[in-house]
Design a protein around this ligand. Structure first.
Ligand SMILES: Nc1nc2c(ncn2[C@@H]2O[C@H](COP(=O)(O)OP(=O)(O)OP(=O)(O)O)[C@@H](O)[C@H]2O)c(=O)[nH]1
Ligand SMILES: [Mg+2]
Length: 181
């Protein structure tokens, strides 16, 4: 059986949101790939933990996080900043803070452009600390080199699956016991 998971990417300008989505669905990267600002939805079918999954990726709004309209379509949020761009990190911190006020959906924090180590201005430790403060995972990616791109989407899908009620049913159709760890 295939499940369907909708992921929304939020990131400041030019952090690589579109490049991450393109790398996930098409395994492609182009330095100056031009996409319309209101670009459509990316989707792809992948196997995650031996289970097929259609991932739909929406591009979130820039800067302003207004999750109002189609909030019900969101199942998980990927917050992306660039490790070479301090303001993008601070914008992400703010976005995460705002989101926490009205959403319990799974999130994952991504520091993109890790191939540009020589231009790094956000230490990995700071990313990890921000993630820890909100109880999510932190991964560093390179959309350019395909580093950790699948991993960040797959991790988020695992979180979404874990929280979906239909996944908390065992093979006999009875509810699984929840356990706190
Ligand atoms: N070196 C490097 N460059 C990247 C990476 N990801 C994206 N870029 C470059 O960063 C620029 C912005 O990439 P996009 O994918 O368009 O970023 P975006 O966040 O979708 O940008 P906007 O939607 O225009 O705000 C482009 O020049 C990309 O080639 C990466 O992982 N490494
Ligand atoms: Mg874009």
């Amino acid at each position: 059986m295939t499940d369907y998971v909708t992921v929304t990417i939020y990131g400041a300008d030019k952090v690589g949101s579109s490049s991450l989505a393109r790398q996930l669905v098409a395994h492609e990267f182009e330095e100056d790939y031009q996409v319309a600002r209101d670009e459509g939805i990316y989707h792809t079918q992948v196997d995650i933990d031996q289970k097929s999954c259609w991932i739909q990726v929406f591009m979130g709004y820039k800067h302003l996080v207004r999750f109002s309209d189609n909030r019900t379509h969101h199942e998980g949020y990927l917050f992306v900043f660039s490790i070479t761009d301090r303001p993008s990190f601070e914008a992400t911190r703010k976005q995460i803070d705002e989101t926490k006020d009205y959403s319990n959906l799974p999130i994952l924090l991504v520091g993109n452009k890790c191939d540009l180590e020589h231009r790094r201005v956000v230490p990995a430790r700071e990313g990890a600390e921000l993630a820890e403060s909100v109880g999510c995972k932190y991964l560093e990616t390179s959309a350019k080199e395909g580093i950790n791109v699948d991993a960040c989407f797959f991790e988020l899908v695992r979180e979404v699956r874990r929280l979906k009620p239909e996944n908390n049913v065992d093979d006999n159709g009875s509810k699984k016991q929840c356990s706190l760890s």
